[in-house]
Design a protein around this ligand. Sequence first.
Ligand code: IVH
Length: 255
Amino acid sequence: FMTVGHKIPMLGLDNAFDEPALREFHRRTQRGTGLESIDYACELKIDGLAVSLQYEEGILIRGSTRGDGFTGEDITHNIKTIRQLPLRLPEKKTIELRGEVYISRDDFERVNRLRRETGEGPFANPRNAAAGSVRQLDPRIAAGRRLKIFLYGLGEHDLDVKSHMEILDYLVSLKLPVNPHRELCRGIDQVRAYCHRWQEERLHLPYEIDGVVVKVNRLEMQDLLGHTARSPRWAIAFKYAPEEASTRVKDIVVS
Ligand code: IVH
């Protein structure tokens, strides 16, 4: 694969594994902004693979992986197999979009069934299946995996926008796939309720999530908070414990 440099680094997210850590994030945000009440944009954290998409004058010209955050791999040939992604936008816009490529639970089962039939080892989880698929040299293999995508943000752009929710609404207006379960939460108690609700409801989703992403909604406040070398100070991932299952060992063959 050719390498692609990210002019704006693709950062990761800090994690909060429990409620006290979420409240600590809120207190830090209050201190950093000097604001008492803060609006957060809450989104599902899709368990897939981060990608960047470059549209030039409305035409999809490149798709790349996150890689180390500064340099990724050119996966345009596979990105173009994602049927939800328009090759041409309704506007002649030059814009970099960011999102998560994933594979649905149904397609994951189907792909693994096929792999077992052909003697290939099954993928351990949908994330590995998505990651393995975008790194195929032959786009026909990626097409057969029926990859999907949710867009959740921007890289380089010239939009005049004031909030994260406004960005997502703009992407929807371009007929791009944005997760429908996003919500504007006014204050940390509403964020807490959102996180708890999705802990249960995630089991009914047709794709896997591993948490919720909580983002300060106002872009002015995001700029004020800035970022560390690894992650923005204006966002956090509230992570759910991974699903657990038991395995019965039926036999051991000593050799
Ligand atoms: S925002 C600077 N939103 O989570 C903030 N990330 O652990 C960039 N992810 O690398 C990320 N769903 O691959 C964001 N709704 C969402 C997401 C999301 C999944 C992934 C993304 C990122 C990783 C961070």
